[in-house]
Design a protein around this ligand. Structure first.
Ligand code: PLP
Length: 424
């Protein structure tokens, strides 16, 4: 079949009529499906139910009573597990509460209020503040910056990470550019894995700001969908080796490993950054929930325990990602109206439809009872200049629902493209 663009007016009109009929049938089914947010499914949450009856003791390895105050850095045995998983030193790790996003917010607010290692003044006293945002990216990273009054400058996200030349050009002469978001492994939503070369370039590039920070959000470091398990670039060592040890601050959590919103979080950084972080944290907390830390230590046993656990997640969710690919491929292959990723890890599929049709696709899907993330959600202020990007999150619904929803989405993509090409 020729691509949709190549069809003559009559052929395009009959393609559109066929898709309109397909869409009417879809609507008549009265579906109620939701692919909006990257949440674990109930079956995934069930994998961690043993946590509900842990811990079996009240003491950590050193004999400290986990029911009491103290231990700001988190349980050493949990820090060890994360250090091994993230390829950092235990000394560099602090384990926190139930949300890594909260840690990122704390880091940014402390930088704003006080500045950090290398800062000339608190960020709030700078004449202007900007962050580089690879797009598409994580919507909550962007809304956090917007809320804190930090201007966002976008660069493209490629298969091996952000467009480093574009990043280097932005940071080189402008001291207002203070940082960048990076989701290095199985990025949200593109699934890209930052290569060691790109990571090294980011850590080494000259920046006008002396306190430039790379917010290295490794939320999906262990969330492999295939046996080809990507290894995250070694951010802290690369930064130290290039003379900028304080540039990256690494984050992760077990939100999509154990319980979303009831897991444990982690920050890893240079000695100076860690001391700075703990100094400010001490003003806000007498210590983390060590019972939850111990519960997770008992549940996993070791870093290998985490890896084995993640393979169980993979078995549940990999078929859903396959279903997305099959549904889109079956309906759209050859039409040249959409491109989508086939991620090897993470939680999302990135769907790029014909320019100018993403909003229409999401509206059509909504009309047919299929909730999708709003078009543009993966861009700062929700504005996708090409109106083509849609983030698909297939983990939460059961497999049959993913299949049904995605066949429906494919119909909407084709119909919206036919409408656009026929000028209405
Ligand atoms: N970082 C990224 C890239 C995410 O996609 C998410 C959740 O979707 C989070 C952080 C949230 O992490 P947490 O639950 O630890 O706050």
């Amino acid at each position: 079949m020729p691509t949709l663009q190549d069809l003559d007016a009559d052929a395009l009109a009959s393609f559109r009529a066929a898709k309109e009929e397909e869409f009417a049938a879809l609507k008549a089914r009265g579906l109620k499906l939701d692919l909006t947010r990257g949440k674990p499914s109930s079956a995934q949450l069930d994998l961690s139910d043993a946590l509900l009856t842990l811990p079996t003791t009240t003491k950590d390895r050193s004999g400290a009573d986990v029911r009491n105050y103290g231990g700001l850095e988190g349980l050493p045995e949990l820090r060890e597990i994360f250090a091994e998983l993230l390829w950092v030193e235990t000394d560099q790790v602090v384990c926190g509460g139930n949300s890594s996003l909260t840690l990122m917010h704390q880091v940014l607010t402390s930088l704003l209020l006080h500045g950090g290692p290398g800062s000339e003044r608190p960020w709030k006293d700078e004449p202007a503040l900007k962050f580089v945002c690879p797009v598409p990216g994580y919507d909550r990273h962007f809304s956090m910056l917007a809320d804190l009054g930090i201007e966002m400058v976008t660069v493209d996200m490629f298969d091996d990470g952000p467009d480093v030349d574009a990043v280097a050009a932005l940071v080189k002469d402008d001291p207002a550019v203070k940082g960048i978001w990076i989701v290095p492994t199985y990025a949200n939503p593109s699934g890209a894995v930052v290569s060691a070369e790109v990571a090294a370039a980011l850590m080494a590039m000259p920046t006008a700001a002396p306190d430039f920070r790379i917010m290295w959000d490794n939320a999906y470091a262990f969330h492999h969908l295939t046996e080809d398990e990507a290894k995250s670039a070694d951010a802290l060592s690369l930064a130290a080796a290039s003379g900028h040890p304080d540039r990256p601050i690494m984050f992760a959590s077990t939100s999509k490993i154990t319980f979303a919103g009831a897991g444990v979080s982690v920050v890893a950084a240079s000695a100076a950054n860690k001391a700075w972080y703990l100094k400010h944290l001490a003003m806000a907390s007498i210590g983390p929930d060590k019972i939850n830390h111990l519960r997770h230590v008992e549940f996993f046993g070791s870093a290998d325990g985490v890896r084995a656990h993640m393979r169980k997640h993979r078995d549940i969710i990999a078929p859903k990602f396959d279903a997305v690919d099959v549904a889109l491929g079956t309906a759209l292959d050859g039409l040249d109206v959409a491109e989508w990723t086939k991620p090897t890890g993470g939680y999302f599929v990135n769907l790029d439809v014909l320019d100018g049709t993403a909003t229409r696709v999401v509206a059509l899907a909504k009309d047919a009872g299929i909730a999708l993330t709003p078009a543009g959600a993966s861009f700062p202020h929700g504005h996708d200049p090409r109106d083509r990007n849609i983030r698909l999150a297939p983990t939460f619904p059961v497999l049959e629902e993913v299949e049904t929803a995605m066949a429906g989405v494919a119909t909407c993509v084709a119909l919206a493209a036919a409408e656009k090409l026929s000028g209405a």
